[in-house]
Design a protein around this ligand. Sequence first.
Ligand code: SAM
Length: 224
Amino acid sequence: MMLDTLQLMNFAAENEKLKAFSDFLKSENAKYNLTAVTDDKEIISKHFFDSLVGERFLEKGANVCDIGSGAGFPLIPLAVLRGDCSFTGVDSTQKKVNFINAACAMLDIKNCYAVHARAEEIKPRGSFSAVTARAVASLNTLCEYCLPALRVDGVMIAYKGSAAEEEVAEAEKALVVLGGRVEEIFRYTLPTGEDRAIVKIRKTAPTPAKYPRPGNKPRLKPIK
Ligand code: SAM
């Protein structure tokens, strides 16, 4: 399935599961402080619409890992829209993992679950056909989180802001070292007016075994 902007907007605004997820997010947010976005229109635009834009890059039946899922974005909207794919969310914060799994159980979302782990620990390596990540780290750090988990020929879908080109330039060496190639920078505007971009990266070669480096090195000493 590949949705255009109007269809995406309608899906985000009208889908019953996403509405129920939004209510659950707002009620749990009061207890656990999961997201700064709490206004209904902003949830639809900045969380649901934005998350759903990435679905155009998922092949049929994809086995998807979402790294740093937080309160479930883009993980849960993608899982609701793409019942043909399976989704694993990974986050280093237990309360967010608990929230995602509670939401999936409550909303009967069967193709998605979350695990409490750091991106650097994802096992087995090279097992996913797609990896998504939004608002987790700069692109060079993110490449070290995502590319090891992907199988060769899989796609990394990095949700970025308007400075995507600069991030791509900064990640040039990381891409060569880790085995990735930028295929597309897809630009779009949210219904609330903000400019966004998705950087689609193809894994072209196996990632050397020494990556991802332990000890928070991908973030503290990104490949440059
Ligand atoms: N992707 C969500 C979104 O767009 O709303 C959450 C973004 S939040 C700013 C970043 C999330 O990434 C946090 O929930 C944090 O716990 C998680 N995170 C950061 N570094 C991580 C790592 N190395 N491994 C796993 N999760 C990580």
